[in-house]
Design a protein around this ligand. Structure first.
Ligand code: ATP
Length: 616
């Protein structure tokens, strides 16, 4: 390459500089992970070339054995990891080594800038895989020499001290693949010790599917763990394999290892991680299952192997019944894959059921982390709904410490004539416990399920009755109460003054309220909202109108209905002040009160303006 020094020196992108800063300042207590990251990249590169070899006759250096070599040069303080994988062209080197692969990692880095506490939690950071750049924790200079599998692509050399720039030049390399040489920092000589490197390979990368060689000897055990006999595998081995296959730092909380022969042949190990992925709502959240066919790695995060709500699982599926040349496109409609999906789903759900029966505490932990995924399944997978319903767990007015209530246990505790399963949705259990909506139910000993996810309302609302009990939000205008209790909240006869108050409230709040009613449902609170006219509960409204694409959808009822407690002294007092010149402001305060009691603020400025005079 006849380029000048300045012409082949490139600047890192800002995001890479940020990542480097983060790595050096937060991950130093786990320096050794650089080796795992490099070996995992090498193994991926080997898998890709193995797959390519199936169809590509022009593959460069086709007969190279597929392996990784790790070598130490003590005199020059260098550690080299070399693979015979797919290699990189110059353009690939620039684009792949120069960007952060996972969109989640980018978001995470941004958040870290705002919340430094998170940066102190290496487990959290570990969820993202910092990748290649972890080398700069131990090296002050790194060289990559790489020759792509494309026959006519020249070999390239990349070199950087990790401080802001990297240099590209021509490389002498003739063999296909990539060699990464680390010039170790002064105090990192532990990584020049053969036993140390061997131990790390065994600890983190033992199950890589290709041999990892040191001085002509194989260090790892590249036999596929999932093909071995269950009874021969120790828990430690399963946990190790999880870390490697899931690119994880934590331990799995649960795993299922099974093989099926009919209706389709496959073997799999599925893992449930200890904690849920950092980002639930990310649209592009990855699936964690790898697909192998006849020992050849085909695809990472294969979405078709399980329904979407099971995307938090990590692990491996291998089948003999698929052709080696399956492509991403053909997988989507493949009948074998569909069958595997069915069997995996059933086995997994059965496994959870068993866990719930045998070890309630363990299931609780699972539920706290992954319950929202199961609810998503209940909502989205009609054909699985029946199977998933018994897995649901809830907090309730009678069970505020742990989510232990099932639909079945709820139904068993219903009061005479109860026709519905009542539920309330809010920000937190603490806030819900004090909600005015619950006063009536608590007084009458009717249990109410307490839910805190924005989507919960939509999910329960969409369910068919359970054992003939409909799902009804406590905010609903029609609670379908047992006959005997109906009377209790029927609109009572009230005094003339109160009737006049109702008219005044309707007039003052006409912009925000559709209907006003008196009811004795409330005990301690002066008022609450209910939904009769619009039928949309607070949470659904919030989800639909907050920022999302549905904001301002025409025809969507924005107004709510207001219920007043005729026995409350504040309401009674208001009714005696109808001629007072500040009555409109006082009524507006009533509206704000209903919001505050739900834990919300609507029009904070107006509220502040109304409260200020009271402080004079
Ligand atoms: N040994 C290698 N051979 C070929 N390509 C490589 C090699 N090492 C890295 N790459 C390329 O560089 C990219 C970036 O690697 P990096 O380790 O930073 O992230 P990643 O492996 O994609 O993700 P992760 O964060 O999970 O490690 C890889 O996706 C791959 O395309």
């Amino acid at each position: 390459m006849s380029t000048t020094e300045s012409a082949n020196t490139h600047e890192f992108k800002t995001e890479i500089k940020e990542l480097l800063h983060l790595i050096v300042h937060t991950l130093y207590s786990h320096k050794e992970i650089f080796l795992r990251e490099l070996l995992s990249n090498a193994s991926d590169a080997l898998s890709k070339v193995q797959f390519e070899a199936l169809t590509n006759d022009n593959l460069y250096d086709k007969d190279q054995p597929l392996e990784v070599k790790v070598s130490i040069d003590k005199d020059n303080k260098q550690l080299t990891i070399e693979d015979t994988g797919i290699g990189m062209t110059e353009a690939q080197l620039i684009s792949q080594i120069g960007t952060i692969a996972h969109s989640g990692t980018k978001k995470f880095i941004n958040e870290l800038k705002e919340n430094q506490d998170k940066a102190k939690n290496p487990e959290l950071i570990g969820q993202f895989g910092v990748g290649f750049y972890s080398v700069f924790m131990v090296a002050d200079k790194v060289t990559i020499e790489t020759k792509s599998m494309e026959a006519d692509a020249p070999a390239v050399r990349w070199e950087s001290d990790g401080l802001g720039t990297y240099a590209l030049s021509e490389s002498e390399r003739r063999k296909r693949g990539t060699a990464i040489t680390l010039h170790l920092k002064e105090d990192e000589s532990e990584f020049l010790e053969k036993y140390r490197i061997e131990n790390l390979i065994k600890q983190y990368s033992n199950f890589l599917p290709f041999p990892v060689m040191m001085e002509e000897e194989k260090v790892n055990t590249p036999e596929a763990l999932w093909r071995r006999n269950k009874s021969d595998i120790t828990d430690e081995e399963y946990k190790e394999f999880y870390k490697q296959v899931g690119n994880a730092w934590d331990e799995p909380s649960h795993w299922e290892h099974f093989a099926a022969d009919a209706p389709v042949q496959f073997t799999s190990v599925l893992y449930v991680p200890k904690s849920a992925p950092y980002e639930y709502y990310g649209q592009d959240q990855e699936h964690g299952l790898k697909l192998y066919v006849k020992r050849v790695f085909i695809q990472d995060d294969c979405k078709e192997l399980v329904p979407k709500f099971m995307r938090f699982l990590k692990g491996v599926v291998e089948s003999e019944d698929l052709p080696l040349n399956v492509s991403r496109e053909s997988i989507q409609n493949d009948r074998v894959i569909t069958k595997i999906n069915k069997v995996l789903t059933k086995k997994f759900i059965d496994g959870l059921k068993k866990m719930a029966e045998k070890d309630g505490d363990k299931y609780q932990e699972f539920w706290k982390q992954f319950g929202r995924y199961i609810k998503e399944g209940v909502h989205g997978e009609m054909s699985l709904r029946e199977k998933l319903l018994p897995l649901l767990r809830f907090y309730s007015t009678k069970q505020v410490d742990n989510p232990t209530v099932t639909l079945k246990s709820y139904a068993e505790g219903k009061v005479t004539d109860q026709k519905a399963i009542y539920y309330a949705v809010g920000e937190s259990i603490e806030q819900l416990r004090r909600s005015p909506h619950l006063e009536f139910f608590t007084r009458n000993d009717i249990e109410v399920l307490l839910l805190t996810e924005p989507m919960d309302d939509l999910i329960l609302n969409g369910l068919e009755p359970f054992e003939e009990l409909k799902f009804i939000n406590v905010e609903s205008g029609d609670l379908e109460l047992p006959e005997e209790l109906k009377k209790e909240i029927e609109e009572p006869e009230v005094s003339e003054e109160l009737t006049a108050l109702k008219e005044k409230v309707t007039e003052v709040l006409t912009e925000k309220i559709s209907k006003v009613r008196f009811s004795k449902a409330l005990s301690d609170s002066p008022c609450r909202f209910y939904n009769e006219s619009g039928g949309m509960s607070h949470n659904v409204r919030k989800m639909m109108f907050s920022g999302g694409g549905m904001a301002g959808m025409p025809g969507m009822p924005m107004k709510r209905d207001l219920e007043l407690n005729p026995e409350h002294r504040f309401v009674k007092a208001l009714s005696t002040r109808l001629e007072n010149e500040s009555i409109a402001d006082q009524i507006k305060l009533l509206y704000h009160m209903a919001n505050l009691l739900e834990g919300n603020v609507d029009d904070a400025q107006e509220l502040a303006g109304l409260v200020l005079p009271l402080l004079r």
